[in-house]
Design a protein around this ligand. Structure first.
Ligand code: DON
Length: 605
């Protein structure tokens, strides 16, 4: 029987400020390639346990997710996503003999049916894999700007930014999800597309019961979706489908069936492409047949870095996820140990490391096909040492003060969803995919039954001005035709000191993806929390601008907040930060945990 976790959805005071201080056989898993990159973490000292014992965590009394909960355990395989039905689809494919890649692709298509606010075929994403034989790969199927896109297309006649990069037909980049998932399956999977898509097709055709999480999401999207199309399966007769109702999506089932039978050509050239282009023409969009026909996913070498001897594999540009995570963690690694989790000094150091990494992210990262990106420098330990030297123990440095120094130093020629899958052989897949905003641009493609992305807002639509996530980004990420907009998505695989997969993790949440994902990793590696504690621990975020430390309500006790204010941090409180889904290897198998602040399912056997 599958093991499932249903969809449901003390810190230390001022005194601590002073310095208290946290497989198996190789599968028939792909059409091989000796030229593919491998990444081996440095091995630990002999006798070093691969998974050191976990240490009990303590969270503030006012925090709503107490420490000590348990994740879902399964001995062989595990899939975790924001949808229990989609996670179950992945587990079913593995039971039929598929590997983690087959299962992840099944999960990705199923999410497009069961979690339509973010799971998609009308958007794009990134996948990082590590096969049991040591091969690693990353595939970039981020959307690209249509050929007719222009730098200032979202400015009005007075030069002011409009909301057209977020809502409506102009907001979409050329979708990459179908091409990316098909390419991933082709190279590393063992089953044909027609087989792994069966669960998704059945869920769309036969329907499934809407739970409260999905019903809430549908209800919140009513205005933005019905504005473009009054009647869709989510809004029959214009009314939001309630919890308990069955969501049946016949148009989407037909689209998925066509892709299953004809491959990505059905989406990029066939009748689905015609429907998409017709939808664009109906609403004044600029995406054309030529855009669709020209779309190509890109294989990339994962960012690989280490943190205290553990290996980290993550996504390189066009996502900023891997570089920014590596940069922040390299800065933190300069400290012999981190202060105790939850202490004022911990928040200060972690927030300051993120602040510096985001200054670089916002000014230097973009699509490498258009802009030279100083990857080696930004991820180097030497550079991290220089950045660490700029962190004062007693004063938060204003971003505006740091920016000029860092520009000098490094000059050189709500909604996304993450899923993690591992199989019994030790193959691991981390995928993050998105429409950007929840329900994307709000535009549903008539006849083909899927939502389109509003990814164009991830460009700097007006360099120097904040986007939807408050990110202030530079000219390097300005709109250009055919360019990929910079992302924060951070699908990440962590290897233990014996080179085995330890964590498969990633998140949704715009720029907080980077900080949320890396905090779960830090909680496990540095503070030796269990997966459940690492996921439930209060989170913090800093993205350079706005120049503030964002924290979760109840997650930092008043005395620690006072200390942080005392050293000059502007503090911003949110109810919750980031939607992470993770798998961790434990003795005898895997633990899986969907985001405890949101909803999802961990399914394994
Ligand atoms: O690629 C990015 O960084 C954004 N489009 C992600 C958006 C996101 O996570 C929204 N979800 N909460």
């Amino acid at each position: 029987m599958p093991v499932t976790a249903g969809r449901r959805r003390s810190a230390l005071p001022l005194a601590l400020w002073a310095g208290l201080l946290f497989p198996l056989a190789c599968a028939r898993s792909g059409r091989s390639g000796a030229d593919e990159p491998r990444f081996d973490a440095p091995s630990g000292p002999p006798g070093d346990p691969a998974i050191p014992a976990r240490v009990a965590a303590a969270f503030p009394d006012a925090w709503r997710l107490p420490a000590g909960a348990r994740a879902t355990f399964a001995p062989q395989v595990m899939a975790v996503s924001n949808s229990p039905e989609a996670s179950a689809a992945a587990a079913a494919i593995m039971r039929e003999g598929g590997n983690a890649v087959d299962a992840a692709v099944a999960l990705g298509f199923a999410l497009a049916v069961t979690w339509p606010e973010a799971g998609n075929i009308g958007g794009g994403g990134y996948t990082v894999i590590r096969m049991a034989d040591g091969r690693v790969a990353a595939i970039d199927y981020r959307e690209i700007a249509p050929l007719a896109a222009t730098r200032d297309m979202y400015l009005d006649a007075n030069g002011n930014l409009t909301d057209k990069s977020v809502y409506g037909h102009l907001a979409s980049g050329v979708p990459g999800a179908v091409a990316g998932m098909a390419a991933l399956l082709e190279r590393y999977g063992t089953m044909p597309l027609s087989r792994v898509m069966q669960p998704a097709i059945a869920l769309a055709r036969d329907g499934f019961v809407v739970d409260t999480a999905l019903a809430g999401s549908i209800a919140r999207a009513r205005g933005m979706v019905t504005r473009y199309q009054p009647e869709t399966p989510y809004f029959p007769k214009g009314e939001a489908l309630p919890a308990g109702a069955r969501l049946v999506q016949p148009d989407l089932a037909r689209t998925l069936q066509a892709i299953a039978e004809q491959g990505p050509a059905a989406f990029y050239r066939g009748w689905v492409a015609d429907s998409l282009v017709a939808e664009m023409q109906r609403g004044g969009g600029i995406l054309t047949r030529q855009d669709l026909q020209g779309y190509q996913p890109v294989w990339r070498t994962p960012i690989h870095t280490t943190y205290r001897g553990y290996g980290l594999l993550s996504m390189p540009p066009s996502s900023s996820g891997g570089v920014t995570t590596a940069e922040a963690m390299n800065v933190l690694e300069q400290y012999p140990t981190l202060p105790p989790y939850g202490s004022a000094r911990w928040f200060h150091l972690v927030g300051s490391a993120y602040q510096r990494a985001f200054i670089d992210r916002n000014a230097k990262l973009a699509d490498p096909a258009f802009v030279p990106v100083p990857l080696a420098q930004l991820t180097s330990k030497t550079y991290a040492k220089r950045l660490q030297a700029t962190i004062s123990e007693t004063r938060a440095t204003p971003t505006r003060e740091l920016e000029p120094q860092m520009a000098q130093a490094a000059r050189e020629p709500e909604h996304t969803t993450h899923y993690s899958v591992v199989d019994a052989r030790g193959n691991a897949v981390a995928t993050t995919t998105t429409l950007n905003n929840s329900w994307g641009s709000g535009v549903w493609v008539r006849g083909a039954g899927f939502m389109l992305n509003d990814e164009m807002d991830d460009f700097a639509a007006q360099p120097g001005k904040p986007n939807m996530f408050g990110l202030v980004q530079g000219e390097q990420n300005a709109i250009q035709p055919g360019k990929r907009m910079l992302s924060a998505m951070s699908p990440t695989i962590v290897l233990d000191r014996n080179n085995q997969v330890l964590l498969v993790v990633g998140a949704a949440g715009g720029p907080t993806i980077i900080t949320g994902t890396s905090q779960v990793i830090l909680n496990v590696l540095e503070h030796r929390m269990s997966l459940a504690d690492a996921m439930r621990a209060p989170r913090v975020h800093h993205q350079a601008l706005p120049d503030s430390l964002t924290f979760e309500r109840g997650g930092i006790p008043p005395a620690v907040l006072d200390s942080l204010r005392g050293v000059g941090h502007a503090l911003r409180e949110l109810r919750s930060l980031v939607n992470v889904n993770a798998i961790m290897r434990v003795n005898g198998g895997w633990e899986g945990m969907p985001e405890p602040r949101r909803s999802g399912g961990a399914v394994g056997y």
